[in-house]
Ligand binder design. Structure first.
Ligand code: SGN
Ligand code: CA
Length: 534
């Protein structure tokens, strides 16, 4: 008996050990590192995983080949700092208080990096934040002040400010790599926020790209000469037209002397070209001066249509040129993750703070709930979890990142976060994914580009928008039959049933997210008090 117990005991203990450790080892699956790569104003039309018409982005595309490409990702408010606030807090703008670029971010908000830091993650942020204050919850940060500069940019760090000679996209990556190589704590999982300034206006490419890109000619978008018939006032009065509002000097790098020779004066300055040092400027002039000389000769005989096309081509050359550097630098980071054997359990996101118009509807900039600025690129790679080369067309939003990252890191999300964790989609377990509409609310008006305040909802089939403040106008788009959103059917008799249904859905969605007319009015009154608007 004694003998048999002594033989059995180790077996019993082993069985017990395994039966106890199995569930807990499952629960404690190694927490992933999180690399959040975000660029500023990067249109999905300018990523070849989505569309090969304009540019090849082989490094960004790798994330889709080795992970998941989201074709229906959108933002809740298509403007920089508000989008970042939504991402960090997991709450809509009206709940986190950062409704536009004007007011500072309320740092008493709970953000997912603070929760991850508390849960033992090492946290770092490099690049553009645009909050008017420093980020909370980061062990290290080096951020651009406000919009930042393309050439020889200044950075804000915990130890004071510093200016670094060179090109911003390369420098943000150098800072990131330096942290990865020298200060990463290999005993902890990490959260890295790697945030590019490019391709934000005024689109200054790196020296290695502008000689090639300024020679390119791009196909014209179908709606470049949109006349906004059927649309309300907002589309007609917005000031983001390539012909009327895009500036020759600030945006398109035509030098002051050429403008003087043509008798043109413009409201904005050099758009960052004034920051180039002597050797940078000499290289720049060798390419951009001949372009200006050619323009000087051609301008007097140009029709509006010809000028629109000339501006569109110049715009895309520089905009896409800045993306070439983003793509190369993303490649540097992905190669490093591979070399360090980190790729498998690192969740890598590539996204933008919103989409952008590349001539669609005759526009540049963003702000509207129309597709090009409402939608945003989203690619996620996490080899331990995501099946490679998957395309996902569910409606997801920047609102969902916080809860996704918290769930991935096995940290409980605060109950008042308003997104949905994307984990069921990443895991290919879609049964629990029930979302059938997404909500949007844009506030920054009156302001630059004059896009009127509006809110709305989108389903996979329809989009309903309400413009308010100095108008009271509705628009409805039948997305399946009108991909370019040029036909507002809000008043069409055959769509009245849809209008009614969509209005009910909008009301329910606003209730769910706790947005209301009263809250919109509160923000308007607050801004009047602060003197931001009249
Ligand atoms: C700047 C740009 C605008 C742009 C806003 C917001 N003007 O003000 O064209 O819409 O940023 O962009 S500029 O003359 O300064 O270039 S955001 O991405 O930061 O929201
Ligand atoms: Ca932006």
């Amino acid at each position: 008996m004694k003998k048999s117990l002594s033989i059995c005991l180790p077996i019993i203990l082993t069985v017990l050990l395994f039966s106890c450790s199995e569930p807990s080892s499952k629960k404690k699956a190694k927490r992933p590192n999180i690399v959040f790569i975000m660029s500023d104003d990067h249109a999905y039309q300018a990523i070849s995983a989505y569309d090969t018409t304009l540019i090849r982005t082989p490094n960004i595309d790798r994330l889709a080949q080795e992970g998941m490409l989201f074709t229906n990702a959108s933002v809740t408010n298509s403007i920089c700092a508000p989008s970042r606030a939504v991402i960090l807090t997991g709450k809509h703008s009206h709940m986190n208080g950062k409704i536009d670029n004007l007011s500072p971010f309320d740092t008493t908000n709970i953000t997912f990096p603070r929760l991850l830091q508390k849960a033992g993650y090492q946290t770092a942020m490099f690049g553009k934040l645009h909050f008017g204050n420093n980020p909370k919850g980061f062990d290290e940060f080096k951020i651009l002040p406000g919009q930042g500069d393309y050439y020889n940019p200044r950075f804000i760090t915990k130890d004071g400010d510093t200016t670094i000679t060179g090109y911003v996209t390369d420098i943000i990556t150098d800072l990131t790599m330096d942290w990865m190589k020298k200060r990463r704590d290999t005993a902890k999982p990490f959260l890295l926020m790697y945030l590019h300034k490019a391709p934000h206006r005024s689109w200054l490419p790196a020296k290695r790209h502008y000689p090639e890109f300024t020679k390119n000619e791009y196909p014209l978008p179908e709606t470049l000469f949109d006349d906004y018939q059927t649309r309300g006032d907002a589309a007609k009065t917005a000031e983001m037209g390539i012909l009327k509002d895009m500036l020759l000097k600030y945006d398109l790098k035509v030098p002051e002397q050429t403008l003087k020779d043509l008798g043109i004066s413009e409201r904005l300055g050099a758009g960052g070209v004034n920051r180039l040092n002597a050797s940078q400027k000499a290289a720049w002039d060798s390419i951009y001066e001949p372009i200006a000389k050619d323009f000087l000769e051609r301008y007097p005989s140009m029709t509006d249509a010809a000028l629109t096309i000339w501006k569109y081509q110049r715009y895309l050359q520089d905009y896409l040129g800045t993306i070439a550097a983003v793509d190369e630098n993303v490649g540097r980071l992905l190669d490093y993750l591979d070399a360090e054997n980190l790729s498998k359990n690192t969740l890598v996101v590539y996204t933008s703070d919103q989409g952008f118009y590349l001539g669609e509807h005759g526009w540049f900039d963003k702000r509207f709930m129309y597709n090009e600025s409402f939608k945003t690129p989203l690619l996620i790679r996490w080899p331990n979890v995501i099946t490679p080369n998957t395309t996902e067309d569910e409606m997801v939003q920047n609102l969902d990142f916080a809860q996704t990252f918290l769930e991935a890191a096995q940290v409980e999300a605060p109950k008042d976060m308003q997104g949905e964790s994307l984990m069921p989609l990443l895991n290919s377990e879609k049964d629990t994914w029930k979302r059938d509409a997404v909500y949007y609310h844009y506030y920054e008006y009156p302001a630059e580009h004059a896009v009127k305040r509006h809110y709305g909802i989108a389903t996979k089939k329809y989009k309903l928008m309400h413009f308010y403040y100095d108008v009271d106008q509705w628009e409805l788009y039948d997305l399946e039959n009108d991909a370019t959103e040029t036909n507002n059917v809000y008043n069409e008799p055959e769509y009245q049933e849809i209008v009614t249904e969509m209005k009910i859905k909008l009301k329910q969605t606003r209730e769910k997210y706790k947005d209301s007319e009263a809250l919109s009015n509160q923000y308007i009154n607050l801004y009047k008090e602060k003197g931001y608007i009249e």
